[in-house]
Design a protein around this ligand. Sequence first.
Ligand code: ATP
Length: 426
Amino acid sequence: MPTEFHIGIDDTDSESGGCTTYTGAVLYQELYDIGIRPSDYPWLVRLNPNIPWKTRGNGAISIHLIIDEDQIETVQHLAVRITKETAHLSDKRADPAVVFLRGPVPMILQEYSLSALHNVLSIDQARSVARKASVETHLLKGSRGLIGSLASIGAGLDSVAHTFEIIAYRTRENLGTSRRVNSESIKVMDSKQGSGTFHNLDPESGRILVCPHGPDPVLLGIRGLTPQGVQDAFNRVQINETVERIMIFKTNQGTDAHLTQHRKVIELARYQSAVVTGRVDTVPKIVRGGHVIFQLSDETGSLSCAAYAPTRSLKAAARDLLPGDRARVYGGIRRYRNGKPTLNLEKIDLLSLVENVNKENPICNLCGSRCESMGRGQGLRCKKCGLHNETGTTIRIVTPRSLQLATYTAVVSARRHLSRPGNTVR
Ligand code: ATP
């Protein structure tokens, strides 16, 4: 009798090399080689991007099967062996974990996965969820990888919003060398594929974003809306080195899945992903490095919001806010200063804008010079000719706002894997 069987893997890599997607790709293809067909593409699940101990994009992998009971042992052996072979076990920052679940994914695991997108979870919590959900765990070193491997199984990408990424991997002898991918062919691919693929390059600077730069085995990754779309895009790219293997992943990248938890200021905690609605309290300040900081408050407290210089369009929008504007801010809580949380901005929705009003003394009717106030209720007097206007008052100058009631996002090169594609306003 066939049964659902789910494999979750995380934390096989470190800054010195490796990539959990590579472990997933090897396992998926070796399952195929022994005649076992997973029931979906492998899932590349991005989790809370504000976790400080991530290597790069906080990604975990899961593979989903419907298999006969008597195949389970073979699959488990294969998964553990391949994780051991591809993991960077010698690196102290890698804590590889492989987990197995028989049967349908229980609600507790789905809820856990959602929480792992927004919060910082403990290893104890992970152990408790694994026990309650009857998940079998294989920890190859420390325990931290358990968190992501469990969360990847519960991500529900068969029903929630998802996209695809095609990843090409490098051969061992090329690791650490510069990637030989023709930049012009990526620009042509980007222009031909339209919005079917996204975040291929930064439209303003032309910088190529599909190739990483580190020692990991990823040669390039193209993100898009359909498997066919990413495959077609890949076929257009001119690659001048040997490709070891290619894999298409189903993923929550490009969905803003981490920016859905609305919180009050009082509920915020370090390293969360958060959405807060409030009122701008201060004129934004430009600090060293060109970053923009402003204060926002709701009925429970106030927080600092930081738009960093590389986010360009987002920083420019933040700079033009005025006290009294209402905004919904999205991002990660990275630190506290004087007990106050700082949210690193990823996106701002402007909900209402105050008028930009300045008051000026009028021009003298006689000589055209600027008048000055003679004190409260005493009218105005011309500074130059002395003409006295007893009923004169200051005039209101309304300057049109440069901002609109719209969503402002960072430029493409400053976005996260999870950030939804789309044009920035400005
Ligand atoms: P790559 O993208 O190259 O695969 P990475 O950025 O995913 O690397 P990992 O090496 O997998 O980084 O490290 C992330 C670690 O954080 C993992 O051990 C994972 O279990 C853990 N983790 C993931 N989400 C959370 C969370 N919400 N709370 C606490 N720990 C988490």
